[in-house]
Design a protein around this ligand. Structure first.
Ligand SMILES: Cc1cc2nc3c(=O)[nH]c(=O)nc-3n(C[C@H](O)[C@H](O)[C@H](O)COP(=O)(O)O)c2cc1C
Length: 320
């Protein structure tokens, strides 16, 4: 029977243990840590090694690393292996200047021999399965993914995730899934291909599984303030029916739980709230509410749990 694995995409400052746990509860089939800097791991920087904290309930879990030097990436992978993740994922897709501009992440799309050297070094340094995540290419003129996927496979990676954008696109424009499909349908490819980019609804997830034949789909931004999206997508993929609209009170309870878990993870009430703001600011639960502006501002200014929760309760009373 066709299966429809759905993965939580790695996202810096987002996919911490608090959020991964929630996504897992709602059916994410694999979760990823945010990317972890290989050089900082090797230097044993405390704030970086903390990112390796994973727990059994979130399995299968991948820890993602990035860097530009094969030796330090191999050493970092060995450090990561001690945390016992199910996969070690290599980031070849981060487009931001401070990463790609320095020759790591998507920067390696301009230096494929180096990318392959890093991949081989990581694969041979560890026993844990190694996977990679990348983009279509550096820019429109260099969409190299079909040949690159074969070369990465030859280096021994076990799976490849592809975000259907180029580095030049950053996060703009639309993800182009046709090349992801081309990689998947290349008869020379035998490792699983994970498709990623702009999957925001159950229907779009189904369309991409059906049209492009990918082995799994990775969901990123659509999970903000909406960890239950995995359950919504799973339900539709397996039954063809949409989950009935969830009550606002139910959703707000989950958002509150996320705030609690963030505070617990960060160990500071105010910082935990600031950290989880991205989620409640972007939650689809609060989209399109009539005359909501002032309440939204108050919600985003609140910096105690009591205040945040009481505004959320008011929202449920007024709009729920
Ligand atoms: C805030 C944010 C942080 C991200 N951090 C990472 C990261 O650490 N590693 C990575 O491979 N991709 C990272 N990405 C890219 C996502 O994993 C994903 O490829 C991208 O958002 C496209 O998927 P989407 O359209 O479902 O959001 C990040 C994206 C966002 C929005």
């Amino acid at each position: 029977m066709r299966t429809y694995p759905l993965y939580l995409a790695p996202m810096e400052d987002v996919t911490d243990p608090a959020f991964r746990m929630l996504c897992k509860r709602f059916g994410a089939d694999r979760v990823y840590t945010e990317f972890v800097n290989a050089d900082a791991l090797v230097r044993d920087v405390a704030s970086t090694t903390r990112k390796l904290q994973i727990s059994d309930v979130e399995r299968p879990v991948a820890i993602q690393i990035y860097g530009k030097d094969a030796a330090s990436m191999a050493e970092a992978a060995q450090i990561v292996e001690q945390a016992k993740p199910d996969y070690i994922d290599i980031n070849f897709g981060c487009p931001v200047k401070k990463v790609a501009g320095k020759g790591a992440g998507a920067g390696l799309l301009r230096d494929v021999p180096k990318m392959l050297e890093i991949t081989k070094a990581v694969v041979s340094a560890v026993h844990t399965p190694v996977t990679a995540k990348t983009r279509l290419g550096w820019n429109d003129e260099q969409k190299i993914i079909v040949a690159l996927a074969e070369a990465l496979q030859d280096c021994g990676i076990q799976e490849l995730a592809i975000h259907g954008r180029t580095r030049a696109q950053m996060y703009t424009g639309e993800a182009d899934w046709s090349l992801i499909g081309e990689v998947k349908n290349n008869p020379r490819m035998h490792i699983p291909i994970i498709g990623n980019g702009d999957i925001t609804t159950p229907q779009r997830a189904k369309e991409c599984f059906d049209c492009y034949g990918v082995d799994a789909i990775m969901v990123g931004r659509a999970t903000f303030g909406c960890p239950w999206i995995f359950e919504d997508m799973k339900h539709y993929l397996t039954t063809g029916e949409l989950v009935p609209k969830r009550s606002m009170a139910w959703c707000v309870d989950i958002l509150k739980e996320h705030v609690e878990r963030s505070i617990e993870w960060i160990g500071d009430e105010r910082k935990g709230i600031v950290h989880s703001r991205r989620h409640f600011a972007n939650s689809p639960v609060f989209k399109g509410l009539y005359d909501f502006k002032q309440t939204r501002i108050a919600l985003l200014r609140a910096d105690t749990k009591e205040e945040v929760f009481s505004i959320m309760d008011e929202i449920v009373q007024k709009w729920g």
